[in-house]
Design a protein around this ligand. Sequence first.
Ligand code: GLP
Length: 237
Amino acid sequence: MKFVQAKNYSDMSRKAANIISAQVILKNDSVIGLATGSTPIGVYTQLIDWHKKGDLSFAKAISVNLDEYCGLPVSHPESYRSFMDNNFFDHIDIERNNTYLPDGMAIDFSKECKDYDQLIDDLGGIDLQLLGVGNNGHIGFNEPSEEFYIDTHSVELTQSTIASNARFFEDDISKVPKTALTLGIRYIMQAKKIVLIANGEVKMNVIERAFSGKITPMLPISILQLHSNVTIVYSKV
Ligand code: GLP
C-alpha cells in the first residue's frame, strides 16, 4: 500500500490522473474501472486536457463503472451514465460501445447483475480501478453492512448516503434514488491495481480508520488492506 500526499485537490487529481495516464500509455487496451461522485471530476478534467493536447488516447481502452442508481433513466442528468458522458466520455476518444455501466433501468436486476459480472469476466478483469470513498466508508455503493457482498448486486442506500448525495438532487432527499446496482467486492479486489483518491477532513478520517483499524464490512473500504497494489492519493484540504 502506498500513500501519496498531495498539496491540494488539483494536485491530488493530477497525481491520480498521471497514474491512469501511465496505465493507458503502457497498455492502450486497458480495462479501467471508473468512479463517480465529486472527487474524481478533477481527475477526468486532467485526463481530458492531456487528451486534447494530443498526449493521451483512449481509443482502445475499455471502461467499466462501479455503479448506477436504480430507476433513473439514462437521460436523467444525475444518472451515472450522464455523469460519465458529461464529465469524461464526451470529451475523449473512447468508443462509446466500450464504456459500460450497470443498467439501473433493467427489468430484471438479478440478471443485470449477473450479466455485469460476466462482462467483467469476459473482459479479463479490471487492470486499474479508480475509487473514491463515501463519507461512511462505502466503495462503489457497497454500503456498511453485516457482510461483504462479493458479486454485483442491488443495494438499499443508507440514509447517510442519500443525505450526502442530495446535493446532486437540488438538496431534495426525496429525489435521491433509494436503491442502486453496484459492483461487489470481488472485481474491485481482483483489479490488478487500485488508485484511491480522497480529500478533505471527513475523508481523511475515513482513510485513517480504514487503513489502521480492523477489516470490517461496517467500513467497506477497509477491505483494501488486503489488496497488494493500492495507491492512496490524498489531500488534507
Ligand atoms: C457515490 C459513489 C461512490 C463515490 C461516493 C463519494 O456514492 N457511488 O463511488 O466514491 O459517491 O462521492 P464524493 O466523491 O462526491 O464524496
